[in-house]
Write a protein that binds this ligand. Sequence first.
Ligand SMILES: Nc1ncnc2c1ncn2[C@@H]1O[C@H](COP(=O)(O)OP(=O)(O)OP(=O)(O)O)[C@@H](O)[C@H]1O
Ligand SMILES: [Mg+2]
Length: 387
Amino acid sequence: MAKRRQSGRQQPVEIDGTAVGAFIPLPLPPSDPPLDTSGSIDGLHAEAMAALARLQLAGRMVPSPDWFLYGFVRKEAVLTSQIEGTQATLQDVLEYEATDEAEHPEEVEEVCNYVEALTYARRELSRSKNRAIDTKLLCGAHKRLMKGSRGANKKPGAIRAAQNWIGGQDPSTARFVPPPPDEVPGAIEALLAWTASDDPLPPLIRAGLAHAQFETIHPFLDGNGRIGRLLIMLLLERWGVLDLPILYLSLALKRRQLRYYDRLMAVRQRGDWEAWIEFYLECVRESADDGTAIAQELFALLGQDRQRLTAHERATVAAIRLHDLLPSHPIVTAARVEEMLGITAPTARKAIEVAEEVGILRETTGKPRDRVYAYHRYLKVLTGDEG
Ligand SMILES: Nc1ncnc2c1ncn2[C@@H]1O[C@H](COP(=O)(O)OP(=O)(O)OP(=O)(O)O)[C@@H](O)[C@H]1O
Ligand SMILES: [Mg+2]
């Protein structure tokens, strides 16, 4: 394939005595020539934006933003962690959150850490329109992502001070060698300064460029994939492409993991930014369409269930209030229901019983005590085939 443009330069480095070439990317945006959007990119961009508009509309048709936000953020958390190889499922994560078990697998913790990292970054950014997406913010998100035993030796919250490499058994067979550590702070700052500057490229495309550049810089010892995907979400929200982080882009990326990596490599090797952006826009469109379909299905299910519940002869006010709570707590315990609705234990038990009779809730443990109830049909729709 013909070389499109220079996207950086090689610098010889030594890793554990092996001489390799580290790659130092040129700053964004692509130049010489600039990104060519005249081919298929213009059309793909229009389709992806239309799909995002439909997703946004689906998110707004419900009474509260919490309806889909809770589930969709956790779905993205599970999928982005699955790309890394984490096996936890959405059900595992929701059960953990519902019960606060002290004992839980590290994999579940890792997914919850992603949710915390996203929540932290969004809270920081919501403080002020002027709060920049800067290195400090990304380090804060990384610190939360790497919390706990698995991340402890990965320097949580710190830009790497060591040379790293990607893919392969050792440096000599590495697929890619990111910039030497002394180049990293400057490269990240240049990237983030570009996201804060004016650029005539459309924001959705800019977020895709930023992700690829972030992966190339690989500023952390681990978690670069997840922080780089989180960066896309933050940029889309900051730039008003989506008003809530309800896009779970990792679904489409996970389905094409090899191509995902190949397209990133083509940017480094051939400066093929166009192929990366085409790929990324297709992934955005697919994830947004999937999200819209699922949001509509969940909306329909909630409506039907509510009708069946109100028509039930033993329906209580507490049972209906419980149903209102379920989109943001699809797995509950009696104690939690009692606490969240501010009702007595017998009232909470009765509400759960009614929801079970109507087929909304299903007990999942089979145990006589510490019972856990899941809104199983809701979860089935939300989970889909993956996650
Ligand atoms: N074989 C490969 N070729 C090209 N890039 C790769 C390859 N393997 C990993 N990468 C890049 O490195 C990232 C993973 O880096 P790292 O392990 O620091 O992040 P992570 O969040 O722990 O992982 P992941 O992205 O797998 O969830 C990938 O998202 C991708 O951008
Ligand atoms: Mg990793």
